[in-house]
Design a protein around this ligand. Sequence first.
Ligand code: FMN
Length: 248
Amino acid sequence: MFETQYNEEMEAEVKRLEAEKAAQGKRTLKITVIIGSPRGMKGNTGRLLKEVMAGVEEGAEIELFDLSAIGVTPCSGCEQCHKTGICNIKDDYQIIKESLLNSDAFILASPNYIFSVPAQLKALFDRSGNIVHCLKLEGKYAAVVETSGGGEDDEVIRYMVRFINSTGAQSVGSIASQGGAENAFPKQELLFENARKLGKELCRCVREKERFPDQAGYRGAFKARMKRLVEYRKDDWTEEYKYLQEHN
Ligand SMILES: Cc1cc2nc3c(=O)[nH]c(=O)nc-3n(C[C@H](O)[C@H](O)[C@H](O)COP(=O)(O)O)c2cc1C
């Protein structure tokens, strides 16, 4: 009698766990996409980004922010975001921040502008001080898209990956290319195939909660540094201190 009841309970528990797993598998993924090219989606970066987006799993909810079309004003350095969690400047940044906070994953796309990212994207990075201090994107995944004129891609990719890791997120990889002539990339077919693979990989990493041990060292050390910094300013940076206390 006892054994039968025990088996039934076990079976019910297994079924419940299986249903939970299936529901998790079907959950719609939310992906925030940010393009920093002043040429928007019409430029080289946009064309490559479109292929990455095409690789994203069917049904995913994509929110695209084209920084050439919407305004993100440069940071004024007022430190208000550290105190309250809300930026003093009233523009589209808050919408992008909300989208990132609610996402499972994000994609950063940028051309190489003098060995770095264009001012439009740098402004967004600078405005993300509150996200960075508190590593508010921990648990999320990101991919990088980059194009250049002369094939100098690595420096810009490294910079964007560092930003990603400094938000607490993990980078699943990147795709990059020289612009090429007449709206065609060199080895375009292979490039686009790899771009679509990157989009797919981003979703797989979210679904399977992939881990990237090679990024753990930087992320851990950076988090420890930010915690020390916020602790030091705790009387002033109250929102950040509270957030880090609650999300340890
Ligand atoms: C202001 C400016 C600065 C650039 N700086 C670099 C650079 O330092 N290195 C490089 O390889 N390409 C550089 N480029 C070329 C762009 O990175 C390249 O054309 C890119 O594919 C443009 O992407 P887009 O069409 O999405 O804007 C620069 C282009 C511009 C307009």
